[in-house]
Design a protein around this ligand. Structure first.
Ligand code: FAD
Length: 333
């Protein structure tokens, strides 16, 4: 049975930034929130990448940090830091707001002004504001075969590099692959693109009902070319040096040439999340936002923590959380 829940704030990522956002929200009197993390617990980066017993510094990498919001920590070992955070979340009564083992691909504002978050096939959360605190460690899933250097720029994980007029093959059988395929076919400034959908299975079984219906309709009317039921064996460069296209070799012995192949095989990198959520990014793929409020080009959508900094720290992520929540509260008035 499909469910839809509306919250005041959805927070994506339960590292220091996401966790502090939950506490700041609670302290500001906003209780109707939800926090998603793809890991089975909060502070996963610290669990995974800090060595056993590592000291957690307040002034990380020589950068002096002052806590500007309500959340802080005492310098201690990695294990004690995690315990401090457990205690903080419990004492602020927000532990039950956290939903783990749930990866979110993007969030896009609907016509009703609410951000839509597809949690899984059956569950949607809609939020008045969203704070994205996904860090910098995420990676998209890649296929097993090699990406030759000459065509690496043409093998992508989102649509941001597609030019009008290109022959594009989307690979994948989930919601994102479907949304990429029919979304690209529909884009007004991409009307000269040819879009092919490739999935190793002949049937579409992993998309939600709307995406299944749209994708099947577009496959039927030819807006999306059908390359279902066959897997990709390898990709190779085709053409003169400097002008190489992607030659895709399929397991049934056929080959096709494309200007671009876009993989939607699950797993997100931070930049994919930003691009998929239509957040403007700068030259180095960093999200563009107001440094005082952390709000992006999309009103109500905030990015904080490592995803916005080249040299982040726990204290900085805590402070960003407080800036974002202060702005959300100010705009409620
Ligand atoms: C080895 C090492 C040592 C460090 N030592 C220190 C130190 O001593 N002191 C200090 O201040 N800083 C230190 N840092 C830096 C500090 O850990 C980071 O700045 C901080 O963790 C950033 O917090 P964040 O919330 O922005 O991101 P992260 O901690 O990276 O958290 C991001 C969270 O988002 C989740 N996530 C990502 N994508 C998705 C998705 N699509 N859907 C759902 N969930 C998602 C991840 O699972 C993760 O839990 C260190 C960093 C490293 C690598």
């Amino acid at each position: 049975m499909a469910s839809e829940k509306i919250v005041d704030i959805a927070i994506i990522g339960a590292g220091p930034g996401g966790m502090a956002s939950a506490i700041e929200a609670k302290l500001a009197g906003i209780d109707n929130i939800i926090v998603f993390d793809k890991a089975p617990h909060h502070n996963d980066m610290i669990h995974k990448f800090y060595k056993k017993g590592k000291r957690v510094d307040k002034d990380w990498m020589g950068r002096k940090a002052e806590f500007e919001g309500n959340v802080s920590f005492e310098e201690c070992s990695k294990e004690e830091y995690i315990q401090q955070m457990d205690d903080l979340l419990a004492s602020h009564g927000v532990l039950d707001k956290f939903v783990y083992n749930t990866e979110i691909w993007n969030t896009v504002k609907g016509d009703d002004g609410l951000f839509v978050i597809n949690v899984d096939d059956d569950n949607i959360v809609k939020a008045k504001s969203v704070i994205v605190s996904v860090g910098r460690m995420g990676k998209p899933n890649k296929p097993g075969y090699k990406f030759p250097k000459a065509i690496r720029d043409r093998l992508n994980f989102n649509l941001s590099k597609v030019y009008n007029g290109e022959r594009v093959m989307i690979v994948g059988g989930g919601d994102t692959a479907g949304e990429y395929a029919y979304g690209l076919a529909d884009l007004e400034d991409m009307q000269d693109c040819t879009v092919t959908l490739n999935y190793r299975k002949a049937e579409i079984t992993r998309m939600n009902p709307i995406n299944t219906e749209m994708t099947l309709k577009y496959l039927e009317n030819g807006k999306i070319l059908n390359k279902l039921g066959v897997d990709v064996e390898s990709v190779e460069a085709d053409g003169n040096p400097g002008e190489e296209r992607v030659k895709v070799n399929f397991t049934d012995g056929t080959s096709e040439v494309y200007e671009r192949v876009v993989y939607a095989l699950g797993g997100t990198s931070p930049v994919d999340f930003l691009v998929n959520s239509k957040i403007d990014t700068g030259r180095w793929d960093e999200p563009l936002m107001d440094e005082k409020t952390m709000e992006t080009n999309i009103p109500g959508l905030y990015t904080i923590g490592d995803v916005v900094t080249d040299q982040g720290s726990i204290a900085l992520a805590f402070n960003h959380a407080s800036f974002a929540i202060n702005d959300i509260v100010a705009k409620q008035k």
